[in-house]
Design a protein around this ligand. Structure first.
Ligand SMILES: Cc1ncc(COP(=O)(O)O)c(C=O)c1O
Length: 256
């Protein structure tokens, strides 16, 4: 099959939006191809059609774990980076079981984090502190130290900013949070595969990573498609970032 040249690559503008999405690396496409065209089956099935896929999934899981310095069994796949943020933030805050949990984040987080924090405030009585950033987009550890209280259950600060590329001092911030008994969440969607990962617990506990940001396809796993269910109410709790209409948060997958 011969594909037409991409209009943007011929005479169009130079593509500089790699933090929004990357082209699929030919090696990724090659690795995926047999599973799109040849191997089929349910990986949970005990027959050979299932076991082939089960092995492929286990190998992929091990590769992702190695990338972020975690253990395969600790990975939780989500449908998108937004959904991973939402799951981590809501899970950590609600599991704390406090009447008015305190959450600290910072001004330049992705909407997936900021809007989830707003929803936690609106729906669950959370108190949210949004730390400012300096002229190069960084949080000052001293500001975090001052904002932490005995009621702080979670601190969420991203590893790399999706617009400016600023790299937050997450190791230092995580130490401060942990010293006060708070959990630390790091949205590493723009860092995984680009910035060397450490094996600190926070780095792999809730690090969303979007395949589209690292030469893979826009995420699909487990996503509901928009529309098709006319009677369903749109879920404003689970749609924090607004990047796609519907009941679940994500950048629209292509192909759908
Ligand atoms: C830092 C960051 N967090 C979260 C997301 C959301 O990821 P997704 O589009 O997969 O929902 C993005 C998307 O670009 C991002 O850059």
């Amino acid at each position: 099959m011969t594909l037409p040249p991409h209009p943007g690559l011929a005479e169009g503008p130079v593509y500089l939006d790699y933090n929004a999405t990357t082209p699929v690396d030919p090696r990724v496409a090659e690795a995926m191809a047999p599973h799109l065209t040849h191997f089929f089956g349910n990986p949970s099935s005990s027959h050979p059609y299932g076991s082939e896929l089960r092995s492929a999934l286990a190998a992929a899981r091990a590769q992702v774990a190695a990338l972020i310095g975690g253990r395969p069994e600790e990975l939780v796949y989500t449908g998108s980076g937004s959904e991973a943020d939402l799951l981590a933030l809501r899970g950590a805050v609600l599991a704390a079981g406090r009447p008015h949990p305190h959450v600290i984040t910072q001004a330049t987080e992705h909407p997936a984090v900021l809007e989830t924090c707003r929803a936690l405030q609106r729906l669950h009585g959370a108190r949210i502190t949004i730390l400012p950033v300096d002229r190069v987009g960084l949080v000052k550890p001293a500001d975090l130290a001052e904002a932490l209280t005995d009621d702080t259950v979670l601190v969420s600060v991203m590893a790399a900013n999706n617009e400016t590329g600023a790299l937050q001092p997450v190791a230092e911030l995580a130490d401060l949070a942990h010293a006060r008994g708070a959990l630390f969440h790091c949205d590493a969607a723009q860092a995984a595969g680009k910035v060397p990962s450490t094996s600190r617990p926070w780095a792999w506990t809730s690090s969303p990573s979007s395949a589209a940001a690292v030469a893979g396809p826009v995420d699909h796993a487990g996503r509901d498609r928009d529309g098709g269910h006319t009677a369903r109410r749109r879920n404003t709790v689970n749609r924090p970032s607004g990047t796609s209409p519907g009941r679940r948060p994500f950048t629209p997958p292509v192909p759908p």
